[in-house]
Write a protein that binds this ligand. Structure first.
Ligand code: HGY
Ligand code: MN
Ligand code: MN
Length: 428
């Protein structure tokens, strides 16, 4: 594929914006930040990104679940080619997860405007609400509502792990917008994201042309027992949910190892009640995150977990309540848009690997309504959801330039269909 455009992004400007956004909710002594969805800091981060969108003269809209979209009008009418990701983070977040996809989209639009180019199709850059799903479940919530996968009214009623109500938090930070939901689908959606895993670095590959996203199963289990005195209660008389929970937690780990890669299993959040040194717990609530690229194996892992829970709890005098927090099947991206990402990377001389995503992304929701793909760039030591998350400037620049080539090809009116856009030899 020949270069669609000779424009290059300004890596210093992109890194300056990543740093400025990361300063909001900065985690002392690290490069990372903590901006849980719909907190004060998430609101401030949104304000900063919206101000950059306005400075660029984009048409900015906020919808009822707080998704923000900035549009650069193109020469021809019709839906935009959209870039974007999320700017909420986990509590131990890095500065690149999600933020890179949004700020690279801004950078690309600024580079195009700066070059005096008006793209044929409109271009858009979006940030989606609560991609992480740490505070409110499910994850990818804003993009799920955006594509019509969850009713706005249901989303607004969701209660956070800290008891806050999503709609009230949106109002509190001023992002209860009025733009239509579900939104009109974009012409196409391409998300730049750090890999958050070890593959590209281990194989010395610069770019990932992401073929899809693995399936995700999030459950919350509450084991109920009887609180009692730690000193006076004989072991034979206890109804101890703590030991039942502990057995299930180690089972999750062993189950993933038994099924083998790409199966993963994680217990990330545990709460004992009353959580005191001298009290046999009354209850233990914990989360289980299971993932696999193969839906049948993911279902098998869920079934084996359920069977183990039933077997473990029998005879203990405890009971279990299970709540599904998120359940998304594996998603495959549009082959031609993936081809286009790969062709764009090659046209710029970068090594590129086709690969699935281990992490969930907004792209897996946009894939329901338009041709979608993702561009991955390396994560140093494969680290993410950790303030030490790092991606080298050269890799940030490579990812953003591949995204630029890809969206400029998609935005070219000469491309009568996505099939042509992905064929080698596409030129502007
Ligand atoms: O959980 C995930 O994969 C994403 O970070 N929300
Ligand atoms: Mn992310
Ligand atoms: Mn994340």
């Amino acid at each position: 594929m020949t270069l669609v455009s000779s424009i290059q992004i300004d890596i210093d400007r992109l890194q300056d914006r990543l740093a400025e956004l990361a300063a909001i909710g900065a985690i002392d002594g690290t490069e990372g930040c903590s901006r849980l969805a719909l907190t004060e800091d998430d609101g401030l981060g949104r304000d900063l990104v919206v101000s950059w969108m306005c400075d660029l003269g984009l048409e900015v809209t906020i919808d009822g679940v707080g998704n923000g979209v900035g549009v650069l009008k193109g020469r021809i009418d019709g839906p935009p080619v959209m870039m974007g990701s999320h700017i909420d983070t986990v509590a131990t977040g890095g500065r690149y997860d999600g933020n890179l996809g949004v700020l690279a989209g801004l950078e690309i639009i600024e580079s195009i405007v700066g070059a005096g180019i008006v793209p044929d199709r409109s271009l858009a850059v979006a940030f989606f609400t609560n991609e992480e799903g740490s505070r409110f479940q499910p994850d990818m919530l804003g993009s799920l509502v955006y594509v019509g996968g969850l009713a706005l009214s249901d989303a607004l009623a969701i209660e956070a792990i800290d008891g806050a109500i999503l709609g009230q938090e949106l109002e509190r930070i001023g992002y209860d917008g009025i733009a239509a939901i579900p939104a009109e689908p974009p012409y196409a959606f391409v998300e730049l994201h750090i890999e958050q895993g070890p593959v590209l670095e281990a194989e010395a590959m610069t770019i990932g042309a992401v073929t899809g996203v693995q399936g995700i199963s999030w459950q919350e289990l509450t084991i109920n027992g009887q609180s009692n005195h730690a000193g006076t209660t004989p072991m034979s008389l206890r109804r101890d949910p703590g030991v039942v929970a502990a057995r299930i937690m180690t089972f999750v780990h062993d189950l993933a190892n038994n099924l083998g890669p790409p199966q993963v299993g994680t217990v990330g959040r545990v709460e004992f009640a009353p959580n005191l040194v001298n009290v046999v717990p009354a209850s233990v609530t914990f989360t289980v995150d299971l993932r696999n690229t193969d839906e049948a194996v993911l279902q098998e892992s869920e079934d084996r977990l359920t069977a183990f829970v039933d077997e473990t709890i029998a005879g203990t005098g405890c009971t279990v309540e299970t709540r599904v927090l998120a359940r998304f099947e594996p998603v495959l991206f549009d082959p031609y848009t993936v081809d286009l990402v790969e062709a764009s990377a090659k046209s710029l001389g970068y090594s590129v690997k086709r690969m699935p995503s281990g992490a969930g992304h907004d792209a897996q929701m946009l894939a329901r309504v338009c041709p979608t793909a993702m561009v991955f760039t390396q994560s140093q030591n494969g680290l993410s959801h950790n303030p030490a998350e790092f991606t080298a400037a050269a890799d940030l620049e490579a990812g953003a330039n591949v995204l630029l080539q890809t969206v400029m090809a998609l935005a070219s009116a000469e491309v009568s269909s996505l099939k042509e856009a992905a064929l080698p030899g596409v030129s502007s």
